[in-house]
Design a protein around this ligand. Structure first.
Ligand code: WTA
Length: 658
């Protein structure tokens, strides 16, 4: 961990010089949903009634008996309560004055768009729910979802939640093999997919990947296929397994009673990368998750009834689950979803969408902001961005320069920025400014949300004083926290709750400054953060050694100006295999095929040997020193210190150090 610590120290030093402070304007403060600072104190004193009061605004089938049952690390929230998440997100709004209000605005490629009102969404969701039922899906059965960003994706999620079938969404950029692994782990009964998806004018072959995945996934009995790209993709329907969405869903009945779900019934499973090669199925349950996402959404984005809110994430990730689908819709908010990419058809696409729909709240990722920075201000300047009121970021630490650029060029110095820290596991935002209350500092996620207690600890579990760096932990349960790892409760305990007993270990480094502000410093484990996507070094290593030419591989995250981190792979080849540029290319493509394009290494470096300790452990931290062009850290535990010195010289000679 030493050179990670060094990188973090450097970020820390840079941040310590950051003294700019942006308090909310009087005007913003006055109109803000949350503008009484007492809320922090109130939540600290009695966290259970703080959440219980807010839970009153959800629609319950049966009220809870007990707010929290906490036997670390097992948490149950709203024990004994019953509700239906979809009823809360859709039906109750459809039955109100919001019936004709836009629930989902969809901006598609190429040139498609569609608006679903709460009334229309209710009917679509019911049809989809009835279609799933007709395939034998019952409460508790898992439904895998592998789709692009079309309205049918949130419709499917909400249909699953309506009938109590946990969904497991697999991001459309993942490979057949990654899909198969996730389907098998969840033992999904049905898969919902599409013939293809649009990506920069090209087609992503979803159904072909799904077919390949299903060759080794016997739990799946039926497949629903949405026609999205038509004759642009080959789509072999396998009868009687495969059914077209338009045959099945469009013809289904549009009434469906919501299933009464226990507060703690599973809402969904979502796979994320951990510190081993095997992705973890993060399990979220119903009531606490719905409450946590909706309350934070309303408070942090200061959402108003007539707002158009746009979170640019893909629903394949947790940000899309919590802040495109569940949180916003529970609040009866208009949620915009976009199918395409940043630069298609041109680099002004985001700003054109903001202007077209009069977007009021924009929630995006630092990697996107850094890309926009590179493209220059002409693009946003060509569009009317005056509708924007609040700007958000998520996914990775934001550097103060990118924060300032966002503030100046997108927010025109009027819009508060909320830098929101959270994780797939936390389900909801946990550290963030409240835009009407918090004076923001560029690069800081500021303070834990009311009711959340976070600490920074040293190696031995002692709190680190102001200014010092350490491990970020959470010391109290929160409603939207994940409850377990699907099928592996032991891993849940071991990985998250035993490093500092009774405390949740986030895997992130952080520091708290003298004002009590949190500054996130990046992961302290073997998880990389590439363009805001979590990828484990072990996953990429396993994909590399799976190739016939490779003997051994060591993978590290290397600082990248736009992506946050890029992937660098050090590879030794088998006897008799010759290193070549062609092989490099082939290995990169092999990883993309095995995992998905998001895991494609930026650099592959061939070496005769990898630096190892005397007990044969690969020393990744030294590889990181090499890749970052740093002075080598401690090499005394190496079996052969000569290996690493030679490697460093070769690496520099190849010009791979930026
Ligand atoms: C990182 C995404 C700094 C962090 C919601 C965390 C952040 C991981 C921030 C979770 C932020 C997320 N500042 N770092 N505002 N938000 N991270 O599970 O390292 O895809 O542990 O959830 O992203 O990524 P995940």
């Amino acid at each position: 961990m030493a050179n990670k610590a060094q990188a973090q120290r450097e970020r820390l030093e840079a941040l310590l010089e950051e003294t700019r402070l942006y308090p909310p304007t009087q005007e913003f403060r006055k109109q803000a949903n949350w503008n009484d600072a007492f809320v922090y104190e109130r939540a600290r004193k009695d966290v259970e009634s703080f959440w219980a009061e807010r839970a009153e605004s959800l629609a319950w089938i049966k009220r809870w008996d007990k707010v929290l049952d906490w036997k670390p690390p097992a948490a149950k929230w709203f024990v004994g309560g019953k509700l239906n998440v979809t009823y809360n997100c859709v039906d109750r709004h459809a039955a109100s004055t919001r019936r004709d209000k836009a629930a989902i605005i969809w901006e598609g490629e190429p040139g498609d768009s569609r608006v679903l009102t709460f009334g229309a969404l209710e009917r679509e969701v019911n049809r989809c729910a009835n279609a799933l039922k007709s395939l034998g899906v019952k409460k508790g059965d898992r439904v895998a979802v592998y789709m692009g960003m079309t309205p049918e994706l949130p419709v499917t999620l909400l249909a699953c939640a309506k009938i109590g079938a946990p969904h497991s969404v697999v991001f459309g950029g993942f490979s057949a093999e990654s899909l198969r692994e996730r389907i098998n782990d969840a033992q999904a009964k049905v898969l919902v997919t599409a013939d293809g998806a649009w990506r920069r004018g090209n087609v992503v072959l979803l159904k072909a990947n799904a077919d390949e995945a299903l060759r080794g996934a016997p739990s799946v009995e039926k497949v629903i296929v949405l026609r999205r790209v038509g004759d642009k993709a080959p789509c072999a329907m396998q009868r009687p397994r495969d059914l077209w969405w338009h045959d099945l869903v469009d013809k289904a009945q549009d009434q469906c009673a919501p299933e009464a779900m226990d507060s703690e019934d599973v809402l969904y499973i979502l796979y994320t990368s951990g510190t081993t090669g095997k992705p973890k199925g993060v399990v979220h349950t119903s009531a606490g998750y719905l409450l946590g996402t909706s309350v934070t959404h309303r408070a942090i984005f200061d959402v108003k009834e007539s707002d158009v809110y746009w979170c640019t994430a893909d629903i394949g990730w947790v940000t899309g689950h919590s802040y495109i689908v569940y949180g916003p819709l529970a609040n009866g908010c208009t949620s915009l979803m976009y199918e395409g990419s940043l630069d298609y058809p041109d680099r002004g696409r985001f700003w054109q969408i903001v202007a077209k729909y009069g977007v009021n709240i924009l929630y995006t990722a630092p990697t996107a902001i850094r890309t926009f920075m590179r493209w220059g201000t002409d693009w946003p300047n060509q569009h009317d961005l005056s509708s924007l009121r609040v700007l958000g970021t998520v996914g990775e630490p934001i550097n103060p320069e990118a924060w300032m650029w966002y503030h100046k060029n997108i927010g025109r110095e009027r819009c508060p920025i909320v830098d929101t820290w959270w994780q797939t596991e936390t389900g909801m935002i946990l550290i963030s400014p409240l835009p009407g209350l918090t004076a923001t500092k560029p690069g800081s996620a500021t303070k834990p949300f009311p009711g959340i207690e976070a600490e920074v600890l040293d190696e031995r579990g002692r709190p680190v004083g102001p200014g010092g760096g350490g491990y970020l932990v959470l010391t109290r349960p929160w409603p939207a926290m994940f409850r377990t790892i699907y099928g592996d409760p032991e891993r849940y305990e071991r990985q998250y709750w035993s490093r500092f007993p009774g405390k949740y270990f986030t895997g992130d480094g952080a520091k708290v400054d003298a004002d009590g502000y949190f500054w996130l410093l990046g992961r302290v484990d073997d998880v990389m953060n590439v363009s805001g996507h979590r990828i484990s070094t072990f996953e990429v290593e396993s994909a590399l050694v799976d190739h016939d030419a490779v003997a051994e591989a060591a993978v590290i995250g290397k600082t990248h100006e736009v992506k946050g981190q890029g992937i660098a792979a050090f590879v030794t080849l088998k006897e008799g295999v010759t290193a070549s540029d062609k092989l490099k290319h082939e290995l990169r493509e092999h990883v993309a095929r095995k995992i998905g394009a998001l895991a494609r290494p930026d650099d592959v470096f061939f070496t005769l040997e990898l630096p190892k300790t005397r007990s044969a452990k690969i020393m990744r931290r030294l590889l990181r020193d090499i890749a970052e062009g740093q002075v080598l850290g401690d090499t005394t535990t190496l079996a052969d210190p000569g290996v690493v010195a030679k490697l460093k010289t070769q690496y520099e000679e190849e010009g791979l150090v930026d």
